[in-house]
Write a protein that binds this ligand. Structure first.
Ligand code: URA
Length: 441
């Protein structure tokens, strides 16, 4: 077989066989072809799409590049669930869902990626707990789940290594918003973990990789088709991403927000969606109705069992608990509205700027929205704040390649973020519906 001929075949919009797809991925993994060659292969898929069969083949190749777990045979006796979001902004439901479910005796082995394009990734957020390890050997991960019912993992040399390498390349080359590439990447990780129940939250809107409902349904159907072929119980939800889901954007701030929610100090859309998704899983796992599921989840939140569970999991993975403290020395830089009108936001740009500044400046932590998007604001009202952290916490994060933030940098950052917000006279005609669609199998 010849790599270039296969890429040309895909550029000519012809269907590839399992062997051809495997050959291309293997060549890349064995460094027989370089990033540029592999980018061509991905570009051919990006331009021409893939049939369901091709997407399934790519899924299996990515999954089988590493180990696939059989967690029950390794001594985990609880129901095992897994959830995944296809990528949005301020979407930290995972940080709430994993401890909530774990606190109810449901095991969650969560394998996530890092940032992809302008969207955030759980793998980056969870690393904000200084010293936390999420690339851990299988036996250690299983031990953590046995003791705590939950673990946060990422792709590694052991788990879905081909997805790890291709995921980074897609991030670098912008080949991210594509239904078969997303479906195969997500499904490969979920199949490698081998949970009993899989929940996929397909994000749809301006602030998601999938912008419209038609493509969101396509992605949801494709994922259901793949999981059905693999005989997996699966739930897909299509949820709105026309504004950031939570009120905080930025890796550390999203961790902070999830902790505030688990401390019962915040009630917002992020909590609503997390409870909705957890509710679907609890109904399936325990065979209870919606009402009973909601009761179980509320009790866990009220009693702070889920909060305690989050701390246990973080600690078991070697992470510092400093971010659980009540007083974190954040510095807030408020920005006022220059006129009265309805507040709009460019969610994707907001996500992109947060990812960028987070990777450049040590003290930059992100943005906190102070007014609900799409609502009326008065001239002079504070609409958002940029959050920085100048004093070190007891343990500083493991960030090496970042520079110090100066006052000039801060001025530029304010200007850039201001350009993400618009105040318009006309009332928005879109009504904000958090969940668009649910499919259960
Ligand atoms: N999450 C993934 O794991 N992969 C994607 O391509 C998008 C979201």
């Amino acid at each position: 077989m010849n790599f270039k001929e296969i890429v040309d075949k895909k550029f000519a919009n012809k269907e590839l066989s399992f062997e051809e797809i495997k050959f291309c991925v293997d060549c890349y993994m064995r460094e027989l072809v370089n990033d540029e060659n592999m980018t061509n292969f991905l570009k051919a898929i990006y331009d021409n799409g893939m049939s369901n069969d091709e997407t399934y083949f790519l899924t299996k190749v990515l999954q089988n590049s590493g180990v696939s777990l059989n967690l029950h045979s390794m001594g985990i006796t609880n129901v095992i669930v897994d959830k995944h979001s296809t990528g949005g902004v301020s979407d930290s439901t995972t940080l709430i869902i994993v401890p909530l479910l774990a606190s109810l005796g449901i095991s969650v082995v969560k394998m996530s990626g890092g940032k992809l394009g302008f969207t955030g990734g759980t793998a980056d957020k969870i690393k904000c707990f200084a010293n936390l390890k999420n690339e851990i050997p299988l036996d250690e991960a299983v031990e953590i789940v046995k003791n705590n019912n939950g673990v946060f993992l990422t792709q590694s040399e052991e788990f879905a290594p081909a997805d790890k390498k291709i995921y980074h390349l897609r991030d670098k080359t912008g080949l991210v918003d594509n239904v078969p590439l997303i479906a195969s990447s997500v499904a490969s990780k979920k199949l490698a973990v081998g949970a009993d129940i899989i929940l996929i939250d397909v994000k749809c809107g301006d602030g998601a990789m999938i912008k419209d409902l038609r493509n969101a349904k396509k992605l949801s159907n494709l994922l259901m088709w793949i999981f059905k072929k693999e005989n997996k119980r699966c739930v897909t939800v299509i949820s709105q991403m026309n504004r950031p889901l939570g009120d905080y954007i930025g890796n550390e701030l999203e961790v902070y927000e999830a902790i505030l929610i688990l401390k019962n100090k915040l009630n917002n859309n992020l909590l609503k969606l997390s409870l909705f998704l957890c509710g679907l899983i609890v109904q399936k796992a325990f065979g209870v109705d919606n009402y009973e599921a909601y009761n179980l989840l509320s009790q866990s939140l009220k009693s702070k069992k889920a909060l305690k569970k989050f701390m246990d999991i973080v600690q078991a993975q070697g992470g510092s608990l400093v971010l659980f403290q009540d007083r974190i020395p954040y510095k807030k830089h408020k920005i006022k509205s220059s006129k009265s009108g309805y507040l709009f936001v460019n969610t994707a740009k907001l996500g992109e700027l947060c990812n960028y500044y987070d990777s450049v400046f040590k003290q930059f932590k992100g943005v906190h929205l102070l007014k609900p998007i799409f609502e009326f604001v008065e001239e002079g009202e504070d609409i958002f704040e940029i959050i920085t952290r100048h004093k070190n916490l007891q343990v500083e994060n493991n960030v090496l390649n970042v520079k110090d933030l100066t006052n000039e940098d801060l001025l530029e950052i304010k200007k850039q973020f201001q350009s993400c917000f618009q105040i318009r006279k006309k009332k928005p005609n879109k009504c904000f519906k958090l969940v668009e669609n649910v499919v259960l199998r």
